[in-house]
Design a protein around this ligand. Structure first.
Ligand code: CA
Length: 227
């Protein structure tokens, strides 16, 4: 789970980053608004923790900017208690949730878990893309066009879930390894390839026109080509 922590108070940022790393988040920190925007545009994060008052560009503007670019990474905004109106503004600007400072770390972690769970599902709670959807209860892959379905292994399910959550983005082998296996090393890269081929076979089995396309030298993307 890759996380961008945007906070300009150095001590706070350090303490939070340490805590989040202990919780197995892969944390990048940033203390400047403009650099944070750049980082969020250039890297596929699973979640962004965004302070409001920042040098360069404030948190509201960053959130707005990202949403205008259709970047839907979940954002947890940190607002000061004295700025109650901030909360409304924060949510208006495209943040998914907010937390007022000072907060309990327990609460922060709970909010993060909730947000990353939510991010996987579309607004209606289903996991769909192109002509396919995932049935959470039976862990199966369904093709709407052919009405065929097939059971998925846990890894195959998580691979498709990850692709659907990041539709429109190319995912690297490294990202898949970290996300699905929790590691980023050579041995896991082979696993990624093997499981991608299993998953492709199942997409073929149900007759889906949704495919996992290899983008040479970069990674993989979920594509739907209705031809
Ligand atoms: Ca600040």
């Amino acid at each position: 789970m890759r996380l961008l922590l945007v906070e300009d108070e150095k001590r706070m940022a350090q303490a939070l980053a340490e805590l989040l790393r202990q919780e197995n988040y892969q944390v990048d920190t940033c203390g400047d608004g403009l650099l944070a925007l750049e980082a969020a545009e250039g890297t596929l994060y699973d979640i962004i923790i965004l302070d409001v008052m920042l040098p360069g560009m404030n948190g509201f503007e960053i959130a707005k900017n990202l949403r205008n670019q259709e970047i839907r990474t979940p954002i947890l905004m940190l607002t000061a208690k004295s700025e109650l109106d901030d909360t409304v503004m924060g949510l208006d600007s495209g943040a998914d949730d907010y937390l007022t400072k000072p907060f309990m770390t327990k609460e922060l972690l709970a909010r993060l878990r909730a947000l990353t769970r939510r991010s996987i599902h579309s607004s209606d709670g289903s996991l769909s893309f192109g002509d396919i959807s995932l049935d959470v209860k039976t862990a199966s892959l369904v093709c709407h066009a052919t009405t065929q379905n097939i059971r998925l292994s846990e890894k195959e399910y998580r691979i498709l879930e990850y692709f659907i959550a990041n539709q429109g983005h190319i995912l690297t082998r490294e990202q898949l390894a970290v996300k699905i296996w929790g590691f980023d090393c050579e041995a896991e890269y082979n696993n990624v390839e093997v499981y991608l081929s299993f998953t492709r076979r199942k997409l073929g089995f149900v007759g889906a026109k949704t495919t996992i396309k290899a983008i040479r030298g970069i990674g993989y993307e979920l594509r739907y080509e209705n031809v």
